[in-house]
Design a protein around this ligand. Structure first.
Ligand SMILES: Cc1cc2nc3c(=O)[nH]c(=O)nc-3n(C[C@H](O)[C@H](O)[C@H](O)COP(=O)(O)O)c2cc1C
Length: 167
């Protein structure tokens, strides 16, 4: 597998911690983690396999650093690249906008054909999410407020899947 670059936006550090746990789950594969607020599009261009992570804010808002960064993405050629997405949210406090930041990030991608890493919505309890398409989420969804006991298991399963879907 080609090296993996994980880029995250995080306000209180929850997404940052998860990004490190995803890196750990890749084991001996070459993986680098970047806080988006210190990253450039040139950093992203170094990787054939990308992972983007965001938390959810306001009404369908991505974490702030994604809001600032997202307009750089059209200068990245997604041909021959794979991209997996993960999002954090709170399904009890925000059941009608659960992980919407992740859904918005997906909507605003200039090229969606490279996206891999879909997961099932089974095991979550919410009314609506911009990140859900039928019974699938468009990436890995984690709730560190109410389901942190299953986070490691979800990450592990997702990384096994990505190792097959990445280039
Ligand atoms: C003001 C506010 C708004 C939020 N809005 C949402 C939301 O719409 N949907 C959701 O799933 N979580 C929402 N959350 C929960 C955060 O996404 C969650 O706490 C996340 O783990 C924070 O991660 P971070 O520290 O990496 O930014 C909100 C939290 C706050 C404080």
């Amino acid at each position: 597998m080609e090296p993996v670059g994980i880029f995250y936006g995080s306000t209180y550090g929850m997404t940052a911690k998860v990004a490190e746990r995803i890196k750990k789950a890749f084991g001996r594969s070459k993986v680098e983690v970047f806080n988006l607020k210190d990253a450039t599009i040139e950093d992203m261009k170094k990787f054939k396999n990308l992972v983007f992570g965001t938390s959810a804010w306001g009404i369908g808002e991505m974490q702030d650093d994604w809001e600032y960064f997202i307009d750089n993405l059209p200068t990245l050629d997604f041909t021959d690249r794979k991209l997996a997405l993960f999002g954090l949210g709170d399904q009890k406090e925000y059941p009608e906008s659960f992980v919407d930041g992740l859904g918005t990030l997906y909507c605003r991608l200039p090229d969606k054909s490279c996206v891999v890493g879909e997961t099932s919505t089974n095991g979550y309890d919410f009314y609506f999410s911009l990140a859900a398409k039928g019974d699938k989420f468009i990436g890995l969804v984690l709730d560190e407020h109410h389901q942190k006991d299953v986070t490691d298991e979800r990450i592990k399963k997702w990384v096994v899947q990505l190792k097959k879907e990445f280039v």
